[in-house]
Ligand binder design. Structure first.
Ligand code: SF4
Length: 336
């Protein structure tokens, strides 16, 4: 059986990021995120390791948050050194880091390799030069391509993250970005909807009517078209939707945009909804039993049972069951 995957996240903010991406509140990052001290990092790893129940597991440490390769070189080295004992003991199998595409060079890759980093995730956001320019990303799509190729050449696992709904973005461009991520040979990806966070450039633009975020249903629709592309290409989708941080959940940080704590569920619900909709044409409906692959039950029934309710408009009774023999999004229907 495949081992259960765990990632222990260590947040390393880049204290003096020289960029000003339109969606990012740098002040908030630098003002509230403290650089963790060594003891805190070690304690965090130990606490996580002690909490994992599965014996058959694969644990990674992830240096996330800012751009890991953007922090001073000696500091990167220091963080990587702190976690080495966990790699040596075998409790942790690998390290992953996230960074900006223009912070990847030979020197950085050599350091990451030396310390057992296996995966590098790049915040690509878009492969459309205009979207990147309008979002003040400070790097080009060409730079992302160069970095992605260098990462793969050095035999790291490559992650390319994308954002949907940035200034200048369109469904067509987002689909092109997803296809480019696949063509470049990324192993994994994350899809984040762009939202308007307080005190960002996008906040100003939103108030001035210069930027309109996607509605929740638009963002779900875009992601619904992107997710199957990645699935078909065999990319691992590590995340769909923003992490529901306290500020987003309470609404303190969120001004507008398609934030939903169960965004991925909404997307999977719609994917299943499209597959199940043809059943509404069933002649002489009675009850219906739908067999779905193991692990797909919740998505098939839908967020707040949306798909079940849709079918109940026609069928007297609707039952979903898991069937180990089915795979992907196969399903079998028995109409009674
Ligand atoms: S998102 Fe942009 S502005 Fe914010 S920390 Fe990252 S690179 Fe800097």
């Amino acid at each position: 059986m495949n081992p259960k995957h765990y990632t222990i996240p260590i947040f390393i903010p880049e204290m003096a990021c020289p960029f000003q991406c339109v969606f990012c509140n740098q002040q908030k990052i630098t003002g509230t995120q403290l650089i963790p001290v060594d003891d805190e990092i070690i304690k965090k790893i130990e606490t996580h390791l002690a909490s994992f129940k599965e014996q058959n597991r694969r644990v990674e440490i992830g240096f996330f948050g800012g751009s890991f390769t953007g922090v001073p070189f000696e500091q990167q080295k220091h963080y990587l050194e702190i976690v080495q004992p966990f790699l040596r003991s075998g409790e942790v199998a690998a390290i992953r880091v996230s960074t900006r595409p223009d912070y990847i060079g030979e020197k950085q890759l050599a350091l990451l390799k030396e310390y057992g980093v296996q995966s590098i995730e790049l915040g690509a956001q878009s492969f459309d030069e205009e979207v990147l320019r309008l979002s003040f990303r400070g790097h080009t799509a060409q730079q992302t391509e160069t970095a992605a190729k260098a990462i793969l050449k050095e035999k790291f696992k490559l992650g390319l993250q994308m954002m949907i709904g940035l200034p200048g973005d369109s469904l067509q461009e987002a689909l092109k970005t997803a296809k480019r991520i696949i063509e470049l040979g990324a192993h994994n990806t994350r899809i984040y909807p762009a939202v308007v966070i307080k005190d960002t450039v996008m906040h100003q633009w939103y108030e001035q009517g210069k930027y309109k975020p996607l509605s929740l249903s638009e963002a779900v629709e875009w992601a619904k078209q992107i997710v199957p592309l990645f699935e078909k290409a065999g990319l691992k989708i590590l995340r769909v939707g923003l992490h529901p941080s306290e500020g987003l959940l309470s609404g303190d940080e969120l001004v507008a945009g398609p934030f939903h704590p169960s965004f991925k569920e909404l997307v999977l619900t719609e994917i299943w909804g499209d597959l199940l909709k043809p059943l509404l044409k069933t002649k002489k409906p009675g009850g219906v039993l739908i067999r779905v692959p193991a692990g797909q039950l919740n998505a098939a029934i839908g967020h707040q049972a949306k798909n079940r309710k849709m079918l109940l408009e026609l069928f007297r009774a609707v039952k979903f069951v898991e069937d180990e023999k089915l795979d992907g999004r196969e399903f079998r229907v028995v109409v009674g």
